[in-house]
Design a protein around this ligand. Structure first.
Ligand code: NAD
Length: 487
């Protein structure tokens, strides 16, 4: 383990977590986790084989029946204790996440608070799982429903929010009484291992949560999904991989929840408070260096205010401090890897070749680490690739519209449908937009949508299912209908 990890207080064991035990991968293979700020190795972690993944599923299956029958209060209290433990270790977890993922420590602390809240929310939901009782409309019987845990689930998470993407799935699964196999992203497994340790210390029974870190995600998911004992897959990641997992679910007709990519429009109307709109744009674009599925991907601004908005945005973007996430004052860390820098750079170059003008950034940063500067583009042609594709980096393309119908048409002109944002002072317009925008989430005069108490999720190529809110636990519950005589 590298010296850099010393400040993380030995939060994790770099091994597989199976049936409550920490163990090496079969054959003892490991893979490297690196620091995106300079490419240096942080740790070697166990590299699970298909055989290891099956052992994890065995453990989840063995634990399911008893766990599904535990008192809701007991499940609730495990989550509550884990919530407290995460909050108590905010500094260490934030440093760990910053090291393996790159985000500035201050931002990582924000993720710790956000991620922990899913445990508090679902600790409160665990004791409110209820069915219903109703007389049959024609009389003669009573219709009763009861809720049961779905069964063992496979949770697959991405690298961009290493803690919150885990807690957002583990929280409702624990609350509902499901057992799990968690497969974290290979770039950021350390935070998930730390989370498993916290869950173990919080009293989660052996086998309820199993973690398999692996460099062979496709083989592992294929083998687990082919197993009839696995009852559900909850995935957060790219649309491309989501499609593979949905196809793999078809043979067993496994339940699936898919939180996939986005292409969020950010609308600014001519009646908007421009200061607030620029502030919101900075959050919607720059949270997590633009590496968020909710990241504003297209700024659609009324022609009357577009120049003013773009100039102010460019000024703010240019003033951001780029650097290593653990250094004081840094606001923008490195992107996750070289491929990310290359892909963001290519999208910008394609837009510029098509006629876009650069107001800020757009020059690749040399040296070690995977850095890309905050960038603002205007006069972006509709044919530019970044209008259709998820940028996943600190690039803000600005285009214009002239009326509300055009704004809505442009906003909905995407295969995706996750987050959308609109700035306006007109309440009636805001309400119309909420109804007309074909996205799972609409932020009115705000650049931040994520909230553990709200249903997070998308439509179209952004997937299906919701995480958080009252809806989140339903993803892990089955409904059994019981017919009773009227008596
Ligand atoms: P990714 O799809 O490449 O990887 C996500 C996870 O899937 C990782 O754990 C990876 O190891 C695993 N994986 C890859 N191929 C697999 C396969 N064939 N079978 C099983 N697992 C496989 O995505 P990423 O690059 O880690 O994350 C970025 C993407 O995630 C973006 O598209 C982003 O929009 C999306 N995302 C969505 C949400 C949301 O809630 N909608 C949240 C965060 C990120």
């Amino acid at each position: 383990m590298s010296d850099a990890l010393r400040g993380t207080g030995a939060l994790f064991t770099p091994q597989l977590f199976v049936g409550g035990a920490w163990r090496d991968a079969a054959g003892g293979r490991t893979f490297a986790v690196t620091d995106p700020a300079d490419g240096s190795e942080l740790a070697q972690v166990a590299d699970a084989t298909v055989e290891d993944a099956r052992a994890a599923l065995d453990a989840a299956v063995a634990a399911q029946e008893e766990w599904g029958r535990t008192a809701p209060r007991e499940r609730s209290e495990v989550l509550r204790r884990a919530f407290e433990a995460i909050v108590a270790r905010t500094d260490e977890l934030a440093l760990l996440m910053s090291l393996e993922m790159g985000k500035p420590v201050a931002e990582a602390k924000g993720e710790v608070a956000y991620g922990a809240e899913f445990f508090r929310w679902f600790a409160e939901e665990a004791v409110r799982i209820a069915g219903r009782w109703m007389p049959a409309p024609a009389g003669g019987s009573r219709l009763v429903t009861i809720k049961k845990p779905v069964g063992p689930v496979l949770l697959v998470t991405p690298w961009n929010f290493p803690l919150a993407m885990g807690t957002r799935k583990i929280g409702p699964a624990v609350a509902a009484g499901c057992t799990m196999v968690l497969k974290p992203a290979e770039q950021t497994p350390l935070t998930s291992l730390a989370l498993a340790r916290i869950m173990q210390e919080a009293g989660l029974p052996d086998g309820v949560l199993n973690v398999v870190t692996t460099s062979e995600a496709p083989a592992v998911s294929e083998a687990l999904q082919a197993d009839a004992r696995l009852r559900k897959v909850s995935f957060t990641g790219s649309t491309e991989v989501g499609r593979i997992l949905v196809r793999q679910s078809a043979d067993r007709l496994q339940r699936v929840s898919m939180e996939l990519g986005g292409n969020a429009p950010f609308l600014v109307f001519d009646d908007a408070d421009l200061d607030a709109a620029v502030e919101g744009a900075m959050v919607a674009k720059m949270r997590n260096m633009g590496e968020a599925c909710t990241s504003a991907n297209r700024f659609l601004v009324h022609a009357a205010v577009a120049d003013d908005f773009a100039a102010r945005l460019a000024e703010r973007m240019s003033s951001l401090v780029v650097g290593r996430g653990q250094d004081d004052g840094v606001q923008v860390g490195p992107l996750i890897d070289d491929d990310a820098v290359r892909s963001v750079g290519e999208l910008v170059e394609d837009a510029v070749a098509g006629g876009a003008r650069v107001l800020a950034g757009a020059t690749r940063i040399d040296g070690p680490g995977h850095f890309y500067p905050p960038t603002v583009l205007v006069d972006v042609p509709a044919s530019a690739r970044l209008a259709a594709e998820e940028i996943f980096g600190p690039v803000a393309p600005v285009t214009t519209f002239t009326d509300e119908d055009e704004a809505v048409r442009l906003a909905n002109d995407t295969d995706y449908g996750l987050a959308s944002y609109a700035y306006t002072r007109d309440l009636a317009r805001a309400l119309r937009l909420a109804e007309r925008l074909d996205h799972g989430m609409v932020g009115i005069n705000t650049g931040l949508l994520s909230n553990p108490a709200a249903p997070f999720g998308g439509v179209k190529a952004s997937g299906f299912g919701r995480e958080g809110g009252f809806e989140g636990i339903e993803e892990y519950l089955e409904t059994t209908y019981v017919s009773l005589p009227a008596g």
